[in-house]
Design a binder for this molecule. Sequence first.
Ligand SMILES: NC(=O)c1ccc[n+]([C@@H]2O[C@H](COP(=O)([O-])OP(=O)(O)OC[C@H]3O[C@@H](n4cnc5c(N)ncnc54)[C@H](O)[C@@H]3O)[C@@H](O)[C@H]2O)c1
Length: 385
Amino acid sequence: MKFTLRLEQELPPVLRGLTFDGQKGLFVHRTEGKKVDLTLPVARVGDSIEEKIGQWKTLLAAYTEARRLYPAVIGFEGLELQFGLGTNYDEAVRAEGVSALPVLPPSTSRSDVVRDKIALVTGGAQGFGEGMVRALVEHGAFVYIADMNAEGAKKLADELNYEACITVAKSIAVNVTDELSVEQMMDEVASQTGSLDLFVSNAGVLRAGSVKSMALKDFQFVTNVDYTGFFICTKFASQQLALQNLASKTYFTDIIAISSKSGLEGSNKNGAYAGAKFGTIGLTQSFALELVEDNIKVNAICPGNFLDGPLWSDPEKGLFVQYLAAGKVPGAKTIADVRRFYEAKVPMNRGCRTEDVVKAILYIVEQTYETGQAVPVTGGQVMLN
Ligand SMILES: NC(=O)c1ccc[n+]([C@@H]2O[C@H](COP(=O)([O-])OP(=O)(O)OC[C@H]3O[C@@H](n4cnc5c(N)ncnc54)[C@H](O)[C@@H]3O)[C@@H](O)[C@H]2O)c1
């Protein structure tokens, strides 16, 4: 591979990859005007990335072995660009020293698998996504909350950072249906933390309707977000994760699509959604086959109905209210009747919760001998065959 005109965006993931210790990498943050501890030979557009990595690896290893510390700031000969390193986000931003040569003890429990790692959740401002963000932060990850609802994402990040007393989350405004917006999001990730370990493509929308009457624009609205959005996100995330992989080639990163139980079986008068969610699994399998060479695992999770989430429970426009008004549940007179009807469809007799989905995320990250799978989290409502 060769450096392109996007050298500024390509260098941070390559640098982060150089710091992989088998379990995780450092945070790499673009800085300005700091004292540079290690200056690496310059990279130019058209240079072979692998050759540069070879040179830089030797110099970085010599530096860290001599001092038992990573350089706080890395610069490049003749380039203005410089990057702070850190074992967490704030340390990398301050660029005043790395706390110690980090060697992570092997994880002893599944909940450790995201500790000190960098994750991004699209649609992270509310619903399932918000629950994932909160749980990943609780398990020790730094999380980008990437959402079209920029205000909601910022509010959540502010709350989490306030509680943690360090920066554990950052919001990014993104529209996953817009290539430029997703590219800019990944550029921001590159300049803030170098890259990512885990990308969760969770942003999704639902607009139900009969095939006989649904407007094409409604059908396309759903498929643009739920299906095409996953393609666009994987396109830009995988370019960056592949660059990050080049230096070590031994460490797995993850892209996870949040599909649905409606990605495993059809959904009456809900074809746009189910079709997009089935399609997401087709993309997952295909991307997994291709990206395995970059040590990127691609898997999907298929949750059952999140009955406590805003999609179902919003008092004005939630599905309970809509289904009651539309008479979709025979004999139902109240919202509680509608809810019971949907709970009764689940052998485990309850709706899916965020913690159920988070367990699947942690399993996928921990499992380093599986890719291209769709993991059901449905309380037994949908069984694989
Ligand atoms: N709620 C359920 O019962 C259920 C069940 C199975 C799967 N899912 C899937 O889980 C995911 C999350 O669902 P939810 O119920 O939490 O939804 P939600 O409506 O509560 O939240 C979705 C989030 O995505 C954001 N978003 C929407 N369009 C976007 C875009 N174009 N770009 C960026 N962000 C965008 C919204 O602002 C919102 O914050 C979806 O993919 C959904 O299909 C939901």
